[in-house]
Design a protein around this ligand. Structure first.
Ligand code: MEV
Length: 312
């Protein structure tokens, strides 16, 4: 067990192509966003004090031994301890995060990842990304019900991925780095609720929705080729097409559409909502020379925050 503090961080993420369709077995593409992160620090505590989890950003202090089973922070700690067959340590685990909550940037998965990695390191058993991803997936089920697994995977590996549910993770080689703007609506994107609504709609009209998901999967497959060969020009129109399909799926909103339109009109090569939708983010593909202008326009169009990131 470590006697000095141990720290681990995990990035945010965005989905470039294939959200929702990925729940139904279609491929999707996601990338880490290192401009925002969750950090977990574990400090040794006096013998007999047990484990306390402090989430200072949300003013939570959890005594592990008395925490409800479904508490996601306590559940992440429990999953890690069970996996390592370790006893509850005497320690304080402090979580901090700069990732906006419920915004489509993977805040829940990043917090669980940072917590799991830091606790495992503290116990002297650092984990591999595949192990972390598997543990965090269990916690994602508490947050989201039936997650595809894309969030925990991209965050644990911290690399662009081409993800198909139930298949081994494929890392994506980016032929030519490209710039994305991520504009947050500031409105929540309640993933579980939206995914449930899509599921119910699909139960009523399977053929229609499966056709939409198939088209989204085809777009993700084509985008993979374009990313790997550095054909950035092709990516923009594919993002636009994917956004139209997400509108048809019923997960966009007037603010998301407005931000997408603003990005396109001010010079983005393409734009779409990213994540579960309704609120959350849009992403826009931009040439570096236009990034500032598009970011300014997005802020004027009421984006709560605009993050610029390079995908490489
Ligand atoms: C959430 O980040 C992405 C969704 O496709 C849900 C999932 O993949 O679990 C909407």
């Amino acid at each position: 067990m470590a006697s000095t503090p141990v720290r681990s961080s995990a990035p945010g993420k965005v989905i470039l192509f294939g959200e929702h369709a990925v729940v139904y077995g279609q491929p999707a593409i996601a990338v880490p966003v290192t401009q925002v992160k969750a950090t977990a620090t574990v400090d040794a505590a006096p013998a007999g004090s047990g484990l306390t989890i402090v989430a200072s950003d949300i003013g939570e202090r959890i005594v592990f031994a008395r925490a409800p089973k479904k508490d996601p922070l306590a559940a992440a700690a429990q999953a890690t301890l069970s996996y390592l067959s370790a006893r509850e340590p005497d320690a304080t685990l402090t979580i901090k995060s700069t990732i906006p909550i419920s915004s489509g940037l993977g805040s829940g998965a990043a917090v669980s990842t940072a917590l799991t990695c830091a606790l495992a390191k503290f116990l002297g058993h650092p984990l591999e990304p595949a192990e972390v991803s598997k543990l965090v997936y269990k916690i994602e089920k508490i947050h989201h019900g039936t997650p595809s697994g894309i969030d925990n995977t991209v965050i644990a590996y911290e690399k662009p991925i081409y993800f198909t549910r139930g298949e081994p993770v494929e890392r994506l080689n980016v032929g030519e780095p490209f710039t994305l703007l991520i504009a947050d609506t500031g409105k929540p994107s309640p993933t579980k609720k939206i995914v449930d609504r899509v599921r119910r709609a699909r139960e009523r009209e399977a053929a229609h929705y499966d056709a939409l998901f198939d088209q989204m999967g085809d777009i993700a497959a084509e985008a993979r080729g374009a990313i790997e060969s550095g054909d950035i020009e092709t990516l923009g129109p594919l993002m636009d097409e994917n956004h139209e399909l997400l509108i048809e799926l019923g997960v966009s909103s007037s603010l998301l559409d407005e931000l997408v339109e603003t990005a396109r009109l001010t010079g983005a090569l393409g734009a779409k909502l990213s994540g579960a939708g309704q609120g959350g983010n849009i992403i826009a593909l931009v040439e570096d020379d236009f990034a500032e202008e598009v970011a300014e326009a997005l802020k004027e169009a009421e984006a709560a925050q605009v993050i610029q990131t390079k995908v490489r």
